[in-house]
Ligand binder design. Sequence first.
Ligand code: RP5
Length: 170
Amino acid sequence: MAEHETAARVGIVCGSRSDFPVMEKAVELLGRLDVPCEMHAISAHRAPDLLFRFVGGAEARGIRVFIAAAGGAAHLPGVVAAKTILPVIGVPIPTQVAGGLDSLLSIVQMPKGIPVATVAVGGAENAALLAAEILALSDPALRGRLQAYRDAQTRSIEEDETNADLRRAP
Ligand code: RP5
């Protein structure tokens, strides 16, 4: 298989390896949707030059969407967004101090001109789905896989009678 066919299309970057347990849910979901991705730990504060090199070279390697996850003083998604015009999805990581509200506000309150699409605290799966939806705009096969995922999700709720057994409803 040619290299371009397996190159990562979603670049996941975390502020620390301690964020990996949350973000592995995004890796898993992207895998289920057959979307190649890569995940790195690159702190915006502790390794800014490495982060700039990663973001600067990503598009040429095939990345089309970034997911950036960080906790606390969570500047990573905004710094990634400052260095690219590819879409950036921010994931606030839950924290001990404020339950992730600190992370959420750090990521969502971006200045005009540099957007970050922010999902819920710990919202790794929605970040993955949003990244896939962006890619699906120009990938009909992925659009089909996303629709199948959505349909299966709906069916799993409708067919579980412990949720709502309408046969017994008045
Ligand atoms: C943030 O600080 C990271 O994104 C992580 O959520 C948090 C703690 O990092 P470590 O002290 O575990 O490296 O930059």
